[in-house]
Each structure stands twice: as structure tokens, then as C-alpha cells.
Design a protein around this ligand. Structure first.
Ligand code: CAA
Length: 283
């Protein structure tokens, strides 16, 4: 199973990052979203990331321009008929993802792999909606995609070994380090990371310390690169809440109950960096 062309569905933070690193690795990309506005925004983020990498001498300017030349954008799902692998990176909502995966399967080549970048939803359940669930797999990247080396490769009950092997091989081609994970709520990293972020919101809500002090505490006392509240802003408060809801529902344990303050900020539209206001302001 050779993968030379990839379709990425969703041009948000994750989708544009995935398109970028795959194009840098030499693959041809079709980036799909529902509106031209979303595609324009995604490509602007991608260009800015490439500029930062060039400025740091991580990649040459020619690599950045070759990366851009390998990416095509479209609002037409029919374009997915051309690709060997589709990576779905839409909003973290189960019904939306189910519908998108179905739409992908309707147009994709018979042997194309259908991967989802879900951060917590069951791969087994998402795959069960497809006519051929054996080619559905979880391929979970981390934010910011160009900098974070990990990919979790999640095998649903129905996922074939051939599919899993092809995604491991591709991840290494993308210069990422894959780990194999059994389908389970939140997989490995988010199962551990997001409850820690949630706890930081409880600590903040109880007035134990200010947001800055909580973040400084975890940076200086636990050697985290950024504090948990700044990380929530980077990941998106809505994404953190969605992960917690899956953990609480699927694992049925009260310890995953989302902090009311986190819910309140999401309800207010304070989603983090992407809305320029979360725990902190980004002006
Ligand atoms: N593309 C290219 N370069 C980028 C970038 C991007 N998207 N984002 C940041 N950078 C570069 C910056 O240009 C900067 O370069 P210089 O050092 O040359 O100035 C460098 O990275 C460091 O950036 P900053 O100075 O802005 O900030 P930082 O020192 O805090 O580093 C970070 C940024 C690497 C992201 C670091 O904060 C970090 O590792 N944070 C933790 C990230 C993390 O845990 N991610 C996982 C989240 S969980 C997830 O994603 C899963 C999920 O499903 C929810």
C-alpha cells in the first residue's frame, strides 16, 4: 500500500498543520473545507508556520515554496477520489465526524485508507458507520503539528493490520514518531493530559492561585514547556471540553467531570488562541 497523495478534510489548526508537514515530506495534498474562507484562513496559518521555520533555518526557503506548490485546496469532496489516504481533521463532534467519514468513503478509491485525527472519539464506533471499516484508523497528531514529534496510531476493533502498518510507515516518512494505541477513550496522551488541564481550571476557580502563578508553578516546578492554562489556550478550550465529555461518558468516572469554569469560558466563546481570548488575551 503506497501513499503518495493525501486528502486532508478540515483546514483548521490541525488540518492545516497536517497538510503542511505531509507536503514538506514530499506528498501531494488536497486540502478540503466547506468554505473558501476556511481554506484561506488555513493556508494563511500554514504560510506563517513555514515562514517561522525558514526564519529559524529549520527548513530552506526552497523547501517552503516546494511545500506550498504541493498543496491544492478545494471545497469539492469529489477531489478525494484522487488520493491514497484521507485524514479527517474536522471539529471534534461525533455526528459530524461520522457524516464526514461516510462522505469520504462514498468518493474515495476502493483501497484508500480513511484516517481520523479525532482526539478522543472511539475509532471502533466511527468505523462502524463505514461499509469497509477495516481501512479506518486513528491518526492523532499533536498541536502545533510542525513541532510535536508524536503521532498516536489507534487501531479500532475492525482496523486491518495492513492499514495500521501503512500508517506507521507513513508517520515515519512524515518525520514523526508513532506509537501504537488500542482504541480507548482519550487514547494515551489526552487521557492523561486533559484531566491535568481540567484540574488547573479547578485550582484557578477555587482561587488557589492566579492563572499566571498556576502556569509558572507547572513550568518551573514540573518542567512543562508551558503551563496547563496556556496549553488549554493553545489546544482550544472547546477541544479540552470535548475530550473531557468523552472521558466522562465512556469511562463513567466522576473524576473526569469538566470544571464549570471551563464550560463557562467555552459558552462565552473564549476558546483560546484561535479566538484571541481564552484564559489569557492574545491581542
Ligand atoms: N510552526 C512553526 N514554528 C512554530 C509554530 C508553528 N505552528 N509554533 C511555534 N513555533 C516556533 C516559534 O516560531 C518559536 O521559534 P523560535 O524559538 O525560533 O523563536 C518556537 O517555536 C518556540 O515558540 P514560542 O517562543 O512561541 O513558544 P514556546 O517556547 O512556548 O514553544 C511550543 C512553543 C513548542 C508549542 C511549546 O510551548 C510546547 O512544547 N508546548 C506544549 C505543546 C503541547 O503539549 N502540545 C500538545 C497539546 S495536546 C494535543 O495537541 C492533542 C489534542 O488532541 C488536544
Amino acid at each position: 500500500m503506497t501513499i503518495e497523495t493525501i486528502g486532508v478534510v478540515g483546514a483548521g489548526t490541525m488540518g492545516s498543520g497536517i497538510a503542511q508537514i505531509a507536503a514538506t515530506a514530499g506528498l501531494k495534498i488536497v486540502l478540503i473545507d466547506v468554505t473558501e474562507t476556511a481554506l484561506t484562513r488555513g493556508m494563511a496559518a500554514l504560510r506563517s508556520s513555514l515562514e517561522r521555520l525558514v526564519a529559524k533555518n529549520t527548513i530552506a526557503a526552497e523547501v517552503a515554496s516546494a511545500t506550498l506548490a504541493r498543496i491544492d485546496t478545494s471545497t469539492d469532496y469529489q477531489r478525494l477520489a484522487e488520493v491514497d489516504l484521507v485524514i479527517e481533521a474536522a471539529t471534534e463532534q461525533v455526528e459530524l465526524k461520522r457524516a464526514i467519514l461516510k462522505q469520504i468513503e462514498a468518493v474515495a478509491k476502493q483501497h484508500a485508507i480513511i484516517a481520523t485525527n479525532t482526539s478522543s472519539i472511539s475509532i471502533t464506533s466511527l468505523a462502524s458507520n463505514l461499509a469497509d471499516p477495516s481501512r479506518c484508523v486513528g491518526m492523532h497528531f499533536f498541536n502545533p503539528v510542525p513541532l510535536m514529534p508524536l503521532v498516536e496510531i489507534i487501531r479500532g476493533v475492525q482496523t486491518s493490520t495492513e492499514t495500521v502498518d501503512a500508517i506507521h510507515e507513513l508517520s515515519r516518512r512524515l518525520d514523526k514518531s508513532p506509537i501504537g494505541v488500542k482504541n480507548s477513550p482519550g487514547f494515551v496522551v489526552n487521557r492523561i493530559l486533559v484531566p491535568m488541564i481540567n484540574e488547573a481550571f479547578f485550582v484557578l476557580a477555587e482561587g488557589v492561585a492566579t492563572a499566571e502563578e498556576i502556569d509558572e508553578g507547572m513550568r518551573l516546578g514540573a518542567n512543562h514547556p508551558i503551563g496547563p492554562l496556556a496549553l488549554a489556550d493553545l489546544v482550544g478550550l472547546d477541544v479540552c471540553l470535548a475530550v473531557l465529555e468523552v472521558l466522562a461518558k465512556d469511562l463513567g468516572d466522576q473524576k473526569y467531570r469538566a470544571c464549570p469554569l471551563l464550560r463557562e469560558l467555552v459558552a462565552a466563546g473564549r476558546l483560546g488562541r484561535k479566538t484571541r481570548h481564552g484564559v489569557y488575551r492574545y491581542d
